[in-house]
Design a binder for this molecule. Structure first.
Ligand code: F0G
Length: 481
């Protein structure tokens, strides 16, 4: 929720109080340089002890509620038939309206099962945009991902409220070109992560559904950030201002044939699920659940997580929960824009995104500008961010670089974790870095894994720019501690 102050400013306001906290520490500039070198200039390989503000992701890092924690105390650990599962199934039925539930240990496990059942070699999988794990699973199954986003999606300086829309004309053309029988399904990702947390509109989802039903193609929603997408529809789409988040989620789910999600985001707990009302789909996926995940009533999750998810699914429909990250992102993005720092607009869900292509125009894509910027942000401020650009895009099958459509650095705003002073500090140091952007150079791999290389790859700076940046920090902030 946001509130207007008497001086006209709008600020995000916390509709909760914080009663459990985790201590953090701001390491000195020399420590930051040492930690970055040890991590191979890959923010995934940093240790928490060396991080001040962890803005890597909202995945599994949203603050849990007292009611979620309380629910974990009464979980039923039975291997089969656990009552905890039936509580989750009841929550999913009430909020999503789906009868059949397949729990999995996290979102990518759902993608693995969907790929196993639906994606055949030579198939095409149209979607508004890929997510890293999504593409990996669908391509490993022999499919080709078709990204049919609207043209505005790649404009990082846009005011289009629904950059996560899938272009209906491109979808029709793809079906005509490849034939409906070659389409595994159409995937719509809520609050499209790699486009900068951009939502799709209900009108767009309805238009896509019309096309998929005419061709008897299934429509699958990735609902990992479903409550944020519903929050944006409520804020931005005509006719939805008076609807509840639950009503909007239900309307989305009535259009979809299957929804899967990573519970680590929307539900504020580790886990995930696939849900549907289509018995045929359910029965096709179900046999694989005990093979890859676990028995039908736990699917790789612990019973404690299942209990917390049963509560989380209901709590995410509270408008103050659904909007807590989005309101923080908006405030943070507005402060950065005031300071002249290039960020993706409109502000989306889950994170504020720096546009590394505009921040570091002198670094070519083959030298990973977003990866270099993520490293520079850590060196300058002790803030851990995530590269979302060419480094996060694996090479093509022939080994050539696949240059990413966008070069973004994600400053994640997990729900109910950061305060206004954290945003003020981050804004100040990012503005400082932007003024010294010429100091920052590119990166090159010295260890490059073949799949999802961004998780474990190690890189080195081209030239001695990291040293120069630390020296500038020392001059201006006296060691930066
Ligand atoms: N789909 C979307 C849209 C996601 O954002 C994620 C994860 C997944 C699927 C996979 O789920 O991690 O539970 O296996 N996103 C995380 C992130 C990793 O940092 O944005 P998972």
């Amino acid at each position: 929720m946001s509130i207007q102050l008497s001086d006209g400013r709008t600020i995000p306001i916390e509709m909760h109080k914080i009663r459990i906290v985790q201590k953090v520490r701001l390491p000195c500039s020399g420590e930051r340089l040492g930690a970055m070198e040890q991590a191979g200039y890959n923010t995934f390989l940093l240790r928490t002890r060396d991080i001040f503000l962890d803005m890597l992701t909202d995945s599994g890092t949203n603050a849990m509620s007292d009611n979620q924690l309380a629910a974990m105390m009464v979980s039923d650990d039975a291997y089969a038939g656990s009552e905890s599962f039936y509580k989750l199934a009841a929550s999913v039925k009430d909020i999503f309206g789906y009868e059949y539930l397949l729990p999995v240990h996290q979102g990518r496990a759902a993608e693995h099962l969907l790929a196993k059942v639906f994606v055949k070699p030579g198939d095409f999988v149209p979607m508004n945009y890929h997510f890293t794990t999504t593409r990996a699973h669908f391509e490993l199954a022999g499919g080709t991902v078709l990204e049919l986003f609207v043209d505005e999606a790649l404009n990082t300086q846009s005011s289009d409220p629904f950059k996560g829309n899938l272009d209906p004309a491109k979808l029709k053309a793809a079906i005509d070109q490849h034939g409906a029988e070659k389409i595994s399904f159409v995937r719509m990702e809520a609050t499209t992560n790699l486009l900068g947390g951009q939502p799709f509109s209900m009108a767009n989802l309805r238009a896509i559904k019309e096309i998929t039903s005419a061709h008897e193609i299934s429509l699958i929603v990735d609902g990992s950030l479903i409550s944020e997408n519903a929050y944006f529809i409520r804020q931005r789409e005509p006719g939805y201002a008076q609807k509840s988040i639950t009503e909007i989620i239900r309307e989305i789910m009535d259009l979809a044939d299957i929804c899967y999600l990573s519970g680590r985001k929307s539900c504020s707990v580790r886990g995930g699920f696939i849900a549907t009302n289509d018995r045929k789909h359910y029965e096709a996926i179900r046999p694989w659940l005990p093979v890859y995940e676990g028995f039908f009533t736990y699917g790789g999750m612990s019973s404690k997580e299942i209990e917390a998810m049963a509560v989380g699914v209901r709590e995410m429909t509270d408008v103050e929960v659904a909007g807590s990250s989005a309101d923080g992102v908006k405030y943070f993005a507005d402060r950065l824009i005031e300071a002249g720092v290039p960020v993706v607009t409109p502000a989306g869900g889950l994170a504020c995104h720096l546009d590394a292509a505009r921040f570091l125009p002198h670094v070519p894509q083959t030298q990973y500008p977003a990866g270099a910027l993520a490293a520079a942000v850590y060196l300058a401020a002790g803030i851990r961010t995530m590269e979302r650009g060419t480094l996060s895009t694996d090479r093509a099958r022939d080994g050539s670089e696949m240059l990413s459509d966008l070069e973004l650095v994600r400053l994640a705003v997990p729900r109910r974790v950061f305060t206004m002073s954290h945003f003020e500090y981050a804004t100040d140091r990012l503005a400082w870095l932007y003024q010294r952007r010429d100091l920052v150079g590119g990166l090159e791999f010295y260890e490059e894994p073949p799949v999802l290389r961004f998780f474990a790859g190690r890189l080195r700076p081209l030239g001695d720019w990291s040293q120069a940046l630390i020296e500038a920090c020392d001059r201006d902030f006296g060691g930066g501690c």
